[in-house]
Design a protein around this ligand. Structure first.
Ligand SMILES: Cc1ncc(C[n+]2csc(CCOP(=O)(O)OP(=O)(O)O)c2C)c(N)n1
Ligand code: SF4
Ligand SMILES: [Mg+2]
Length: 316
């Protein structure tokens, strides 16, 4: 896997300045800041960030402070992709008038702002082929407003709007396959990533920045408040999401699907695949599943079915 000769290594990255600064108010152990810092390690020059309302925006820009060490614009919850389109258009006009090199544009949106309320703006921007990288940090619920279910929340997960009790056992619907829906827009680059596999994530972000036209990077983003896990388990859970094939790592380049990193290794050596219970166990939002064998079997079957579907698309 390569992105125009870009080859990040730990020494180089540690010497590179962070573009999301410490002192923000995201919870200790929140994956969102880790995902953003990794994505921003991939920038190649002047870059403008557009940020939808959500935990990331709220906790990094408490007036009069900001954690962003690069130009940043806040958009409403529902229109981050449309705002990014506007910035791209303005950059193109500046480039024509002043013959200045144009800045890259990166949009960050949560799952609520992407799967649900912002989907129309996203789909329109992809159809217009606007040239920016869209990063979905997916914590699988509307966290900023108190852990409400979204189109990304997986089946049976507890949230405050899908409580676990005698009537229902968490969310009753499935997680929307957003990557396949976005890939169906025939854009040049779509990829999934996990902050536990930093190199894979950073290289994919760089590829998304470099392609001409829209790119979409979907990062699993653990949330210790909403997922009910210890703050020290963040990276381990992000790793287990991949190792159990709950969240396979793949990319779609000009319509061609390909498994990457750990997921590719698991496809070659299926004995490496861990049971989904390993991913569920450290998370309080799934504790009721672990006490119910038939529910656990159903969750495992759903993970296996999705994994087989992705493997087939990737020609494995
Ligand atoms: C039109 C509109 N409806 C509701 C809200 C309230 N609101 C702000 S952030 C948010 C949840 C965001 O969820 P998500 O995009 O998943 O980001 P997260 O907070 O989980 O990081 C909601 C419902 C809003 N700002 N605008
Ligand atoms: S509620 Fe979740 S997503 Fe929001 S800052 Fe805390 S850990 Fe991060
Ligand atoms: Mg969310």
């Amino acid at each position: 896997m390569n992105a125009g000769g870009f080859n990040p290594n730990l020494k180089g990255l540690s010497q590179q300045e962070d573009l999301l600064l410490p002192g923000h108010r995201l919870c200790a152990g929140c994956s969102a800041s880790i995902v953003v810092r990794q994505v921003l390690k991939a920038v190649r020059g002047p870059t403008i960030v557009v940020n939808a309302t959500g935990c990331l925006e709220v906790a990094t820009t408490i007036y009069p402070y900001t954690s962003w060490a690069l130009p940043w614009i806040h958009s409403a919850f529902e229109n981050v992709a449309a705002t990014a389109s506007g910035v791209v258009a303005a950059e193109r006009a500046f480039e024509r008038k002043k013959s200045e090199p144009k800045s890259d544009v990166i949009a960050f949106g949560g799952d609520g702002g992407t799967y649900d309320i912002g989907f129309q703006a996203l789909s329109g921007a992809l159809e217009r082929y606007d040239d920016f990288l869209y990063v979905l940090y997916d914590n699988e619920a509307y966290m900023n407003t108190g852990i409400q279910r979204s189109g990304s929340t997986p089946k049976y997960a507890w949230t405050t709007t899908t409580p676990v009790g005698s009537v229902e056992a968490g969310k009753m619907e499935y997680k929307k396959p957003i990557d396949l829906i976005v890939a169906a827009h025939d854009i040049p680059y779509v990829a999934t990533a996990s902050p536990a596999y930093w190199r894979d994530l950073i290289v994919k972000a760089r590829k998304g920045i470099e392609v001409d036209g829209p790119a979409f990077l979907h990062a699993i983003s653990t949330c210790d408040r909403g997922w009910r896990h210890d703050t020290s388990d963040t990276i381990e859970i992000a790793r287990l999401a991949v190792e159990t094939c709950y969240f396979p790592l793949f990319e779609v380049e000009n319509g061609e699907f390909k498994l990457t990193g750990r997921s590719r290794a698991i496809a070659k050596r299926p004995e490496l695949k861990k049971p989904v219970s390993e991913f569920l166990k450290p998370q309080g939002r799934f504790s009721h599943i672990l006490k119910n064998q038939s529910m656990l079997e159903e969750v495992q079957e759903n993970v296996d079915r999705y994994w087989e579907r992705i493997k087939k698309l990737c020609g494995e």
